[in-house]
Design a protein around this ligand. Structure first.
Ligand SMILES: [Fe+2]
Length: 146
């Protein structure tokens, strides 16, 4: 059911938002100002999608999950309790953007099949968001040419 998928997306987005804020606070390295800023923007952009996703669940007539323990159960984004090195923070964030990107692409089809065009449209927007974030991170991770 579309609302069940939206619950997974909501929980996974919450989990990713927490992780990006962790990285924003704890990242270190010679490019600290840019890294700190990058993770702040990532956190803000990801967080901004939480409320619309939750409200789409309500639009479908279903109650939305709102507790940490439910999010931990439902999320497909792995929690990070450590402080990885900067490179690993970027690599992990890239993987998470790809995971969320794949999820919203699958959900676009489900929403379309259920004739929920507004939700499908929002899934397309999220595909765009995670695609762009993945590009930023891939470019950051790339070793410069000699
Ligand atoms: Fe901050």
């Amino acid at each position: 059911m579309l609302s069940d998928n939206l619950k997974v997306l909501l929980a996974s987005t919450q989990a990713f938002a927490i992780k990006t804020q962790n990285f924003h606070w704890n990242v270190e390295g010679s490019n600290f100002p840019q890294y700190h800023e990058f993770f702040n923007t990532l956190y803000e952009d990801v967080s901004a999608t939480i409320d619309p996703i939750a409200e789409y669940i309500r639009v479908l007539g279903v109650y939305t999950p709102g507790s940490l323990s439910r999010y931990a159960e439902l999320s497909i984004i792995q929690d990070q309790i450590k402080i990885p090195r900067a490179q690993l923070m970027f690599a992990e964030s890239l993987q998470d953007c790809e995971t969320l990107g794949e999820l919203v692409v699958a959900m676009f089809d489900i929403a379309t099949n259920e004739r929920q065009q507004g939700i499908a449209n929002y899934m397309a927007e999220l595909q765009d968001l995670y695609g762009k974030k993945a590009w930023f991170i891939r470019s950051t991770l790339k070793t410069e040419r000699e």
